[in-house]
Write a protein that binds this ligand. Structure first.
Ligand code: GDP
Length: 175
């Protein structure tokens, strides 16, 4: 079975749960005191998709999201981008648009975009209505899910949805 390496970059404000989503997906673990990512880092996980194996190389922003503009190098060669916001922080949803704009300017043209509204275990202090977020995602043809890294809700599904949007390799692509 062909293994394809797919670079995925994570975007979103500090504290929305980017590292926690990666930790849940790759290690099936949630750490209440997850330490901020320092320096460039990526984690990998391989999942089957049709006749292929998708090896996700997941890049975390290494805490550089506070600079509001990431080096174009960060996006280069990415098959997908996951933009994360926190459903309990309206601000984090409002800055989504900034991340989308940045991606359009610096990301590959055919990049698969996914929006994840994280911390959906905290529904009682929700500030972002799901309907609004879903409509925004639809308007930019992005995948949308609400996730909880804490309770392992929809994290696996998020990456499955991304996998399904990556066009399979045609015979011309195989050596
Ligand atoms: P990052 O800065 O975007 O990478 O965010 P982190 O992964 O470091 O998470 C920030 C804080 O939010 C940490 O205290 C996490 O424990 C917490 N957190 C992350 N995901 C969830 C979630 O799904 N539910 C809840 N309740 N807390 C979460």
């Amino acid at each position: 079975m062909a293994i394809r390496e797919l670079k995925v970059c994570l975007l979103g404000d500090t504290g929305v749960g980017k590292s926690s989503i990666v930790c849940r997906f790759v290690q099936d673990h949630f750490d209440h005191n997850i330490s901020p990512t320092i320096g460039a880092s990526f984690l990998t996980k391989t999942v089957p998709c049709g006749n292929e194996l998708h090896k996700f190389l997941i890049w975390d922003t290494a805490g550089q999201e506070r600079f509001h503009s990431l080096a174009p190098m960060y996006y280069r060669g990415s098959a997908a981008a996951v933009i994360v916001y926190d459903i309990t922080k309206l601000d984090s949803f409002q800055t989504l648009k900034k991340w989308v704009k940045e991606l359009k300017e610096h990301g590959p043209e055919d990049i698969v975009v996914a929006i994840a509204g994280n911390k959906n275990d905290l529904g009682d202090i929700r500030e972002v209505p799901m309907k609004e977020a879903k409509e925004f995602a639809e308007s930019i043809a992005a995948i949308f899910v609400e996730t909880s890294a804490r309770n392992a809700v929809n994290v696996e599904e998020l990456f499955q949805k991304i996998s399904r949007q990556i066009p399979p390799l045609g015979p011309q692509d195989v050596d």
